[in-house]
Design a protein around this ligand. Structure first.
Ligand code: PYC
Length: 312
């Protein structure tokens, strides 16, 4: 029986399942090479750990490795039910809480290498975690797309560690009660972008769609609904999505450097964000909190025909 030890957490309602290191040996001098090695040799661990019957479409997975950069503490590769993520904000907060749970880190700074660059996290005494994300930027403003059954929508194409299409206007009514309607809408927008050949830089697929709406919480600046690759919406305000959005607002002159912005999610959880300028990009800092939900051992029975997950 093959066994894999995992620690589960959620960050603002969005779950992260961390596969602990020591069981997989990933070759590669960079995190991108290690991600490719994982994809080519161990993709069954992604599907077995995250897909049904052990997991669900909402889960984001993370595998830990030794760091690749001098001065970094750990390497991390994020993935989900359909593939690999460049970065993951809620997942990074979940990884830091997992390392704290395992007594591997204390309050203070932790440097994490990801396939898209180095991210610095600060674990606060309160248990909150701030992550200084990779440089984020607005690539193209007010890009129109015709969406079958919906009509024309306009959004910004922006990067925050993943590629986003962010619709600022019109504001949508965002609530859990409307989640299935918003899921249908955002998946149609994602398909329409692909059909129209609208991409991020260097042809990168735009695989996250972000809608904006009026906040429910008095203190929040806005509420979002973020569709992720694989068809599940983010239960948290999405760390990379908030990073991309803040880069858009700062570029448009609607957010100053170091100005605090409270992003509420469809579930009512909140990330606090701000940016500082870095040339033509912005470095976002996103703060949130994760909680551990399980520490367990997954078992893979060699005679179970679907031990590596139900994959469409
Ligand atoms: O928090 O960056 C994020 C994220 C990406 C996909 C799901 N969560």
């Amino acid at each position: 029986m093959e066994r894999i030890r995992v620690v589960d957490s959620h960050t603002g309602g969005e779950p992260t399942r961390v596969i602990l290191e020591g069981q997989l040996s990933l070759a590669g001098a960079t995190m991108a090479e290690r991600r490719d090695y994982f994809r080519n040799h161990y993709d069954r661990y992604r599907t077995g750990v995250l897909c049904e019957p052990r997991g669900s479409d909402v889960l984001v997975g993370a595998v830990l490795t030794d760091p690749v950069e001098t001065g970094s503490d750990v390497g991390v590769i994020f993935f989900n039910n359909v593939g690999y993520l460049g970065m993951c904000g809620h997942g990074t907060i979940g990884v830091v809480e997992t390392l704290r749970f395992l007594d591997r880190v204390d309050v203070g700074r932790i440097k994490l290498d990801t396939p898209v660059g180095c991210v610095t996290a600060e674990l606060h005494p309160s248990g909150e975690v701030s992550i200084q994300n990779v440089p984020s930027y607005l690539l193209a403003q007010d890009v129109p797309v015709e969406v079958p059954g919906v009509g024309r929508v306009e959004g910004d194409i922006a990067y925050g560690g993943n590629w986003f299409y962010i619709i600022h206007e019109p504001e949508y009514e965002i609530s859990l009660a409307r989640a299935s309607e918003l899921t249908t809408l955002t998946l149609r927008i994602m398909d329409a972008l692909e059909a129209a050949g609208i991409t991020g830089a260097e042809g990168a697929k735009i695989d996250h769609i972000e809608l904006s709406g009026k906040p429910t919480l008095e203190a929040a600046d806005s509420k979002n609904f973020v569709m992720c690759p694989g068809g599940a919406y983010d239960r948290s305000p999405c760390g990379t999505g908030t990073s991309a959005k803040l880069a858009c607002l700062a570029t448009r002159g609607l957010l100053s450097e170091n100005q605090s912005y409270l992003q509420e999610s469809v579930t009512g959880s909140v990330f606090r964000g701000s940016v500082i300028r870095a040339g033509s990009s912005w470095i976002p800092t996103i703060t949130g909190r994760a909680h551990i939900t399980a520490s367990s051992e997954l078992t893979f029975d060699p005679v179970d025909p679907i031990r590596w997950g139900l994959v469409p």
